[in-house]
Design a protein around this ligand. Structure first.
Ligand SMILES: [Zn+2]
Length: 448
């Protein structure tokens, strides 16, 4: 490892210049700006480090795939990343132009620096370092770089299903999102799923005067309010029959992992809330990682503007997201949700399903987690935190469920990477420690 790390140190400036070229190339998937050009540029980077690559079409933006077989290796690693970025607006809030990468305060600033070109490029340079310093890779390697993550990975699933043999591997490794505060490296083993629905209550065919017509006209805002009140009890526990049926109890090793994650009460005080001393870190972590949730995202009906308007609305809508944990199935939960509405006498409400993700988790005792932790320890020189599951949702299950391989995520961007926002960044050390971590991971993965 020492020689590989020395190679990384000896090539810092060139690695940065190459990353900057990638960051200068816009690749805004939502606006189809520069995406195809960026795919070609990325392919040329893979070819240049010795990983033959191709740009593969999908129904949307292309996938960049590269593969290098290594003589004598027995394990195959699939590295996933995405080269598309979010639109840079609002432009006036950037301290330096989004597509002109700049180094300030030990960080690289620019759109894609953290999410995800900077992190993805660390993998590419790691392969170069291993090949140059150690002459061969310890594993067979496949790169899968997507161009549509920022628009919901809408063609990734069909791409994976159509290319199972090409993509087959023993595990999937990726680096996305931010590290824990204080540059604490993390090994993330899963995500919650979600199910997003919109519930609509309808009354008359238009808003009416609440005084004159109130007695004749049903009020959909009340109808919706009564329905929403049936969904949880006052503590927030979902009341939908069977909602918790498939939730797995936490294991001892999961409990131990939660106890090690530092909890910053500032998360609450910063939001103007008072932390409850009876509820420490493990209380919150269990809820955000191992418990499902029923959340009202938005409520709209009638008049919400300034002053008085005595109106009886004709429609009321609620948007609801249900966070799901392993082994909940969004199809099953949707069926239970609609059955709940019928059984409680709300069969007249329209319930529209707007989207869903399966929950996904690689077990905390899986050797892949230990391999990633050993790699992060070498690359960052710090003991990493094991995060069993993120509270949010992403298509992790495409890998764990569709391709059937364990997946681990080791973020290289800082917790304040400003992804999707102005002044996106990655720390210089996050990038270089990331290069080393990926290089170390390839060696750890060979032992799996
Ligand atoms: Zn993103």
């Amino acid at each position: 490892m020492q020689q590989i790390f020395q190679y990384v140190e000896g090539n810092r400036e060139r690695f940065l210049q190459e990353l900057f070229a990638l960051l200068r190339q816009p690749s805004i998937s939502a606006q189809n700006q520069g995406v195809a050009e960026c795919a070609e540029l990325l392919k040329s980077h893979l070819d240049a480090v010795g990983v033959p690559a191709m740009v593969m079409p999908t129904a949307g933006h292309p996938v960049v795939f590269g593969e290098l077989k290594s003589p004598g290796a027995t394990r195959t690693v699939l590295i996933y990343g995405h080269y598309d970025v979010q639109p840079p607006d609002p432009l006036e809030q950037w301290k330096s132009p989004p597509f002109e990468p700049t180094v300030r305060d030990g960080r690289i600033w620019g759109r894609g620096a953290g999410d995800n070109k900077g992190q993805l490029f660390a993998h590419v340079k790691a392969v170069e370092a291993v090949l140059k310093a150690a002459k061969r890779l310890p594993v067979h390697l496949k790169f899968l770089f997507e161009g549509e993550e920022e628009v919901g990975s809408r063609n990734l699933r069909s791409f994976l299903e159509a290319n199972r043999a090409l993509l087959g591997a023993d595990c999937c490794y990726c680096s996305d999102g931010g590290m824990y505060p204080d540059d604490q490296p993390t090994v993330v083993l899963g995500v919650r799923g979600n199910l997003y629905v919109e519930v609509t209550a309808k009354g008359a065919n238009r808003d009416v005067h609440s005084g004159n017509l109130g007695p004749y006209v049903p009020n959909p805002a009340w109808r919706l309010a009564h329905f929403l009140a049936t969904l949880t009890d006052e503590s927030g526990k979902a009341q939908v029959k069977g909602f918790y049926d498939d939730v797995l109890p936490m294991t001892d090793s999961e409990r131990k992992a939660l106890a090690k994650i530092p909890f910053d009460p500032g998360v609450l005080t910063g939001l103007g809330l008072t932390p409850d001393p009876a509820k420490g870190g493990p209380f919150y972590f269990e809820r955000v990682m191992f418990q499902p949730a029923m959340n009202i995202c938005g409520l709209t009906s009638g008049y919400g503007g300034r002053g008085m308007k005595t109106v009886l609305p004709h429609v009321a809508k609620a948007k609801i997201d249900m966070r799901l944990v392993v082994n909940m199935d969004p199809n099953d939960i949707f069926a239970k949700f609609t059955a709940h509405a019928r059984e409680h006498g709300f069969g007249d409400l329209e319930i529209q399903r707007l989207g869903s993700f399966y929950p996904s988790r690689t077990p905390i005792d899986h050797p892949l987690g230990r391999a990633a932790a050993a790699a992060a320890r070498q690359g960052f020189g710090k003991e990493p935190l094991l995060i069993p599951c993120m509270g949010g949702s992403d298509p992790d299950y495409y890998f764990t469920k569709v391709l059937g391989m364990p997946r681990v995520n080791v973020p290289y961007a800082p917790h304040d990477e400003n992804n999707h926002a102005p002044n996106e960044n990655i720390k210089l050390e996050g990038f270089f420690c990331g290069v080393k971590t990926t290089a170390a991971f390839l060696h750890e993965a060979a032992k799996l």
